[in-house]
Design a protein around this ligand. Structure first.
Ligand SMILES: *Cc1c(COP(=O)(O)O)cnc(C)c1O
Length: 449
């Protein structure tokens, strides 16, 4: 075994890490993960950390899950990869059937890719090409929400609403209309939740009223905007988006890359409001957090607009080398079987309640401005002053400092700016959940007093 010291040296010599200021990284002592066991990560020094953000929101049933391991091994003894362009294979066929059986109503077709960003690119291109082939080529502009995050490729950034990313790459991005999105904590809207949902939906409708002839689709994260800082939406907002999309003849693209596979307490967040989107993007949790795989689900109406004679050139022109990788599909099938076998969604309800109770204690802390929760997705927004909601100076790196301190408690988390994020695997035990909240509460207290 190579020593941790040597590994760190080579890491710093050869690697460029994602979303990382490498100058800072060079000066740090990075944790090098050696293995995973249940809900824990274990580093090369043998130190154990509770995986508090599910290895960036994708792990579902913990690490080294016997059934998933066995499914991947079984597939490995057959074939690791063969193309999906012009050929098919059993794992993808079985998985597609299973996904459509649990997907929101009306979605009948599965198109595979290999990351959440790619699944969004696919949805955008499908929506665009759909209207061309329906004889409405003017409908080619997307309606995005402020603070939205749909991935890092240029198409997905174009429909994202996080200012920093937009600003840097703006000359490279395509035009989209942007509507204000819910952010109750900073919106200072005083009415009921239902009224707030309508108030926010009206902002979307204003744009649709003026530009609907040019708008091909509305794209949104359902119930909660993850990467922007776990910004929760008022009840009914998603239903409004569905209603407006239908009213103004735009497609509704729902991005469940983060929310899918139980994270919100139901298999898909759409189910909370019984909303049926026209296109649905899924990724992160699809393989239980084992392998890169994503999918864009489409309705039969969209799918059939791409049918025609070869010479009509109506096929959907998109595909990746590793689309529907068989190992990933095998892991995904095992993932769905575990949901059934272990009654994951049922046992989750009590955990969500416990988490809610524990968060009430964290809410009391002086530096905590807002606590937002949907299922097992949590954002704790830290503020310099509760009364005025004044943020910390960004240079304070307050969220990052809380996360670094948490490592000393044996908890691995990753913040979003000043928002401390908790998003444990669905397999987290009640005891671990209490410990996670206790540790994080302590770290917030110690960092901010
Ligand atoms: C993470 C995320 C993406 C991007 O997925 P990648 O696999 O990182 O490309 C897209 N949309 C949402 C809502 C996400 O949380």
């Amino acid at each position: 075994m190579t020593s941790t010291k040597q590994l760190r040296k080579w890491d710093k010599k050869y690697i460029w890490h994602p979303f990382t200021q490498m100058k800072e990284w060079q000066a740090s002592e990075p944790v090098i993960v050696a293995r995973g066991e249940g809900n824990y990560l274990i580093d090369t020094e043998g130190k154990k950390y509770l995986d508090g953000v599910s290895s960036l929101w994708c792990n579902v049933h913990g690490h080294q899950v016997p059934e998933v391991d066995a499914a991947v091994r079984r597939q490995l003894s057959r074939i690791a990869h063969s193309t999906f362009l012009g050929l098919s294979h059993e794992p993808a066929i079985e998985l597609s059937k299973k996904i459509i059986e649990i997907a929101p109503k009306g979605l009948t077709r599965v198109f595979y890719s290999d990351s959440g960003s790619a699944s969004v690119e696919v949805a955008l291109k499908m929506a665009y090409q759909y209207w061309r082939q329906k004889g409405a080529p003017k409908k080619k502009i997307f309606l995005r929400l402020k603070n939205a995050y749909h991935g890092d490729t240029l198409g997905s950034v174009s429909v994202g609403g996080i200012e920093l990313f937009h600003e840097i790459f703006s000359p490279l991005l395509f035009k989209a209309y942007q509507a204000q999105a819910p952010y109750a904590y900073r919106d200072a809207f005083s009415g009921s939740e239902i009224k707030y949902a309508k108030f926010c939906a009206d902002k979307v409708e204003h744009i649709l009223m003026r530009h609907h002839d040019k708008i091909c689709a509305i794209i949104a994260e359902p119930l909660i905007q993850g990467a922007a800082g776990m910004l929760t939406q008022p009840k009914g907002y998603l239903t409004h988006l569905r209603r407006l999309a239908t009213k103004y003849k735009a497609l509704l693209i729902v991005d469940e890359v983060a929310t899918g596979f139980g994270r919100t307490g139901k298999m898909f967040a759409c189910e909370h409001e019984r909303v049926a989107p026209d296109l649905l993007c899924i990724a992160k949790g699809i393989t239980a957090g084992y392998l890169p795989l994503s999918a864009t689900l489409a309705t039969e109406e969209i799918y059939s607009a791409f049918l025609g004679e070869f010479r009509e050139m109506k096929a959907f022109f998109h595909g990746h080398t590793y689309s529907a990788n068989p190992l990933a599909c095998a892991a995904a099938i095992a993932n769905l079987k575990i949901f059934k076998k272990r009654k994951v969604l049922q046992t989750l309800q009590k955990k969500i309640k416990i988490l809610n109770d524990e968060l009430k204690k964290i809410k009391q802390l002086k530096a905590v401005g807002d606590v937002r929760q949907v299922g097992l997705m949590v954002g704790i927004e830290l503020v310099a002053e509760q009364k005025t909601k004044k943020p910390y100076p960004p240079g304070d790196r307050i969220g990052m400092r809380v996360a670094l301190l948490a490592r000393r408690y044996g908890v691995m988390i990753r913040p979003l700016g000043d928002v401390v994020v908790l998003m444990p695997p669905l397999s987290i035990t009640e005891k671990e959940l209490r410990f996670l909240c206790w540790a994080v509460g302590n770290c917030i207290l110690r960092t901010t007093r």
